[in-house]
Design a protein around this ligand. Structure first.
Ligand SMILES: *Cc1c(COP(=O)(O)O)cnc(C)c1O
Length: 372
């Protein structure tokens, strides 16, 4: 049996008629840029998150625009986990900011808040917690550190849209807890477009008004530029699709949870692997289902599964501190033992909302038969 890592066709088939209807309307009125669907979707997402929303071109732009809106100055330092996708560090460096990399927790894969505390200095102005694989960082501790030292918190929520975190006795959507939050609608994300897309959110209305301007060339009325901005927009076609898909998001997340539950139940009996740990006070939307393989057997298991038609992914094989482009930051692998261990041990298994049961069973059966 050959199974896919991710199959978007099943979910898209369910909304095809509705999508064709909306898209033909857009094609006939040709409102491809900033058509009414863009504002409609922003409002729907805003209601979903209970936070203001500005849409933009992709998740990397969202981070860049967020950092620009906060008015960080050249040379300001920001704390970023080294075990994550490259976007946060990339945009920080492009803006002349100095990343301070920190290690992650080996169980939750999220930023190690003790390491964050250790890196605070007067030059540090912000923290970028990345809610990796579907669950929240320890936001209570991060908010505490941020308020003590007067830091901005920029939540990279590209992988955990729809996840919730309990803080001060209240459940809040991830991405809306810190100063500002961002997400991506890259097709493989839990809310994915058929192309690129992104959004910035914040409960601070003035900050979001600035975000809106910066995403639109820093323009406050047409041809008047108050700030240096960028051009970053969500297409009308993508907004119309996302509006439809957002209505299915909670059901999709429940379906992902069911797949994870089946994996958890069967795979937790296997001694040589570890199923994903659940963070305290966070729900998990399982953007990825990432196991850890003990005894240095990860690559062997990966090849074995590949040989049986089961694709897997390694997120992430090379941490930021070891990337050629970021070597100049001056870190060594010894600085981040947990990340080094994870890069050699993690393996993400196929997971998506309408994953066929026989695929799940097949994967479990093959993993059980692996001779570790
Ligand atoms: C996907 C992702 C991004 C970037 O999103 P794009 O839309 O591809 O620019 C940023 N951060 C994280 C953690 C991501 O997973």
């Amino acid at each position: 049996m050959q199974i896919p890592f991710l199959d978007l066709r099943i979910g898209h088939a369910l909304i095809k008629d509705q999508l064709q209807h909306e898209w033909s309307r857009i094609i006939s009125d040709s409102g491809f840029i900033n058509g009414k669907h863009v504002e409609t979707f922003a409002t729907s997402l805003s209601n979903y998150l209970n936070s203001q929303v500005v849409t933009c071109g992709n998740g990397t732009d969202a981070l860049q625009i967020a950092l620009m809106a906060l008015g960080l100055q050249r040379g300001d330092k920001l704390i970023i986990p080294t075990f994550t996708y490259i976007s946060a560090v990339e945009v920080a460096v492009l803006l002349g900011l100095e990343p301070v990399l920190v290690d992650v927790d080996p169980d939750t894969f999220n930023i190690d808040t003790t390491a964050v505390g250790d890196k605070i200095s007067s030059e540090v102005k912000a923290i970028i917690p990345v809610h990796l694989f579907g669950q929240s960082c320890e936001m209570d501790r991060i908010q505490e550190i941020a308020s003590t030292h007067d830091l901005y918190v920029i939540e990279d929520n590209a992988q955990s849209l729809g996840s919730q975190y309990k803080i001060d006795g209240q459940w809040q959507m991830t991405g809306t807890i810190g100063t500002i939050g961002t997400t991506s609608f890259f097709p493989s994300k839990v809310l994915g477009a058929m192309g690129d897309g992104g959004a910035v959110f914040s409960k601070d209305k003035n900050l979001l008004a600035l975000v809106r301007q910066i995403a639109n060339h820093g323009q406050y009325v047409k041809y008047s530029y108050e700030h240096i901005g960028v051009n970053s927009r969500l297409d009308t076609l993508q907004a119309a699709l996302l509006e439809i898909k957002l209505k299915h998001l909670n059901v999709d997340l429940q379906k992902r949870g069911k797949v994870a539950e089946i994996y958890d139940k069967t795979l937790s009996e296997i001694a040589w692997l570890q199923v994903p740990a659940k963070s305290t006070n966070s729900t998990h939307v399982y953007h990825q289902y990432t196991i850890k393989i003990k005894n240095g057997m990860r690559n062997k298991l990966r090849d074995y599964l590949q040989g049986h038609g089961i694709p897997t992914m390694v997120y992430y094989p090379i941490p930021t501190h070891s990337q050629k482009a970021y070597k100049y930051l001056g870190y060594t692998p010894k600085d981040f033992p947990n990340t080094e261990y994870l890069c050699e041990s993690v393996l993400s298994l196929p997971i998506y909302p309408d994953m066929p049961m026989d695929h799940i069973d097949y994967i479990i059966e093959k993993i059980k038969k692996f001779n570790a």
